[in-house]
Design a protein around this ligand. Structure first.
Ligand code: SF4
Ligand code: MSK
Length: 664
């Protein structure tokens, strides 16, 4: 690998990776260097949906002239490829959500003794939305059971609408109805997507992509939102917690257990057992001072948000963490787990433990977890880590770097922090946007990626946006990237934010980047956007807000589902990297111009970080102008609130261009 190209923007990760190159340890960065992506598949121009292919659509005029053996066009193929990514991503989030529903049901029926309902208020809020009665002597578990059974219908209902569709602003729902993309349930949309993309079924790119959006909406307003809600109900709705990030969270003199993956249930159990006196004593008997729990990727975000468990960062840090030689056990469940960790761990002493019935990795130990035997399994795994502690090898590369951070910004807390218990609302945020103190809001989400300087684009975008008075809400590995850069502290705002954003952050005592949770918790952004629309003074739907979504280093199919549910909900979204539909002008146009015209959201792909930033600010400023808000000028704020009447809104809508001429 070229020594001048930084593999990771995290300095500690970079030092460990340079050391690993000398050891020829083999990480995703080495593999990314060796394995160049196939340019045909990378741009969406390859179809392997039947065994007459793969068919490759290459050469000048491929879009017009080349056809697959079955006669499919490049547009059909590129659209089908996007749909299959959305279906994959939706399946991942939603299967996770299904497990959360089943856990809630098991708790309600008294079958999962190690868990109980922690946030009854939130459970009742869900019951309200779902039309389930509570109170009048009805026990909490009875309500929980009804909530679980009602939400199970969201996976299998054949007609009708997903329960949580009604949480979106009316106007947003109307757009979905008009274009026939209101999801019926989760499983049916995924199955229909797989059907319609099979050989010889749906061939119209626009028609296909509408089904893609319907499936993505089933992910956002279904799988993701259900998962966030139930996780809060079972384990507590997050509120701000102090924690630490980066590799210095691993302790040399303690047993280090790391949770990696996405599901919160097992990790929550580990949080409970690691401080049990018998286990701590057992650790001491092996020469350790105690037991230290840390996290990686999105399981990390789950326990960070609720307990302040420190995080070693996101996706590209998983192998790097093992290279420290300090992890005694890494437990993994599902999603974003590199199978290579089992291989790389053999060079050290780390034991990889797979815990999900859905995922096993050759070379890992499998100790299966389910909610019925939670603590028993957790204790077994902690003992395994303690027994492994004396096996640490001295040759590994430890780094002490760690940054303080604040996480735990649930949408409930964001509302609370703007007015306290009695006057909680989104009014102050809307007013700050109207006055121009806050120029707009960006959801900075998605993976970090070894094909670029990992976490580097997240950092660049975060730095520039807060300088430009843009408030950031972050999730998933985007939050990991910001946390391991030291961006998740209020001091960061004082030092780097523009004058308006700084004033707001100082007044409330928040960082300029609000960590909202794991990648399923992008649903919190949908809830916030809906609340801002309901609050008034900005757009009366999610579309038209001075808000943009960015996933600068995305790689997962889940990111594609997320990007598309934001676009369908009315948010312009910008993804980094080369476009996976770049080979088809037609599909690119549909996903940008046509979607913007219909839903006021779009999905762009832009590899240049500076252009990404420019597009974001252009979208925000254009939305401000269309809402007739004060023109953004750094340090010059308005005090007037401009409330829009219906006539003014109609005028804005008439003037709204189908797209911003941003290209794709
Ligand atoms: Fe080729 Fe059509 Fe088969 Fe795709 S579905 S591999 S385009 S023949
Ligand atoms: S873990 S989907 S690398 S955000 Fe949620 Fe991170 Fe992307 Fe996985």
């Amino acid at each position: 690998m070229d020594k001048n190209i930084k593999m990771s923007a995290n300095e500690a990760a970079q030092r460990i990776l340079s050391w690993s190159e000398e050891q020829a340890a083999g990480t995703c960065f080495d593999r990314a260097g060796k394995l160049k992506p196939c340019p045909i598949g990378h741009s969406g121009a390859c179809c392997k949906n039947c065994h007459m292919g793969p068919c490759r659509f290459v050469g000048k005029g491929a879009e017009e002239e080349v056809r697959g053996v079955c006669g499919a066009s490049l547009g059909t193929v590129a659209a089908r490829n996007v749909l299959r990514m959305i279906a994959g991503g939706t399946s991942a989030h939603s299967d996770h959500a299904r497990d959360m529903v089943l856990t809630l049901l098991a708790v309600a029926e008294g079958e999962a003794k190690d868990f109980q309902i922690k946030d009854v208020k939130k459970l009742y809020k869900m019951a309200d939305i779902l039309g389930i009665a509570y109170g009048d002597g009805k026990g909490v578990n009875a309500v929980a059971k009804e909530v679980a059974l009602t939400l199970l219908e969201d996976f299998r209902r054949q007609t009708g609408e997903l329960s949580y569709v009604k949480r979106a602003p009316k106007k947003t729902q109307e757009r979905w109805k008009k274009w026939g993309i209101t999801p019926r349930c989760i499983d049916r949309e995924v199955v229909e997507t797989m059907h319609r993309t099979a050989v010889g079924v749906d061939a119209d790119p626009d028609h296909l992509l509408l089904q893609g959006l319907r499936t993505a909406l089933a992910d956002g307003w279904g799988g993701c939102m259900i998962s966030t809600d139930i996780t809060d109900v079972l384990f507590g709705t997050p509120s701000p917690v102090k924690a630490e990030a980066s590799f210095g969270i691993f302790k040399e003199d303690e047993v280090n257990v790391v949770v990696h993956g996405h599901e919160p249930t097992f990790a929550e159990t580990l949080v409970d057992v690691v401080s049990e006196p018998e286990l701590v004593e057992y650790a001491k008997s092996k020469g350790a001072k105690g037991i230290n729990l840390g996290g990686m990727c999105c399981t990390a975000n789950e326990v960070l948000m609720r307990h302040g468990i420190p995080t070693a960062g996101g996706f590209t840090n998983q192998e790097v963490g093992i290279l420290t030689g300090l992890i005694d056990v890494m437990t993994v469940d599902v999603q974003c787990i590199m199978p290579s960790i089992a291989e790389i761990s053999k060079r050290f002493h780390t034991k990889i433990v797979t815990t999900s019935p859905k995922a096993q990795i050759p070379g890992a130990v499998h100790i299966q977890f389910d909610e019925h035997n939670a603590k028993e399994v957790a204790r077994k795994i902690v003992r395994l880590a303690i027994d492994n502690y004396p096996n640490r090898k001295p040759a590994a590369k430890h780094e002490n770097q760690k940054f303080p951070m604040i996480a735990g910004f649930s949408h409930e807390y964001i509302e609370y922090m703007q007015g306290g218990r009695w006057r909680a609302s989104f009014r102050p945020l809307n007013d700050a946007i109207i006055a121009g103190r806050i120029r707009g809001v960006v959801g900075l989400a998605g993976c970090d990626n070894p094909r670029v300087t990992a976490t580097g684009i997240h950092r660049y975008i975060a730095t520039e946006l807060i300088k430009n008075d843009v408030l950031i809400v972050s999730t998933g590995c985007g939050s990991g990237a910001c946390g391991t850069a030291g961006y998740l502290t209020p001091e960061m705002a004082l030092e780097n934010a523009g004058p308006g954003l700084r004033e707001v952050c100082e007044a409330i005592g928040i960082p300029p980047v609000l960590h909202l949770g794991a990648c399923v918790d992008n649903s919190r952004i949908l809830t916030i956007a809906s609340a801002m629309a309901a609050e008034g003074g900005l757009s009366d739907e999610i579309g038209g807000m001075p808000a943009v979504g960015i996933a600068p280093e995305w790689m997962s199919e889940k990111a594609m589902a997320i990007g598309c549910y934001f676009a369908a909900s009315g948010v312009p979204v910008i993804f980094g990297g080369e476009s996976p539909v770049g080979s088809s002008k037609e599909v690119t146009r549909i996903m940008t111009e046509v979607w913007f015209e219909r839903f006021r959201g779009a999905l762009h792909f832009e590899p240049d970080p500076e252009k990404m930033l420019a597009m974001t600010l252009e979208y925000i400023d254009k939305a401000r102008a269309e809402l007739k808000l004060k023109k953004y000028e750094p340090g010059r704020f308005g005090t007037e609130r401009v409330l829009m009447d219906m006539a003014a809104r109609r005028e804005i809508e008439k003037a709204a261009k189908p797209h911003l001429g941003l290209g794709a």
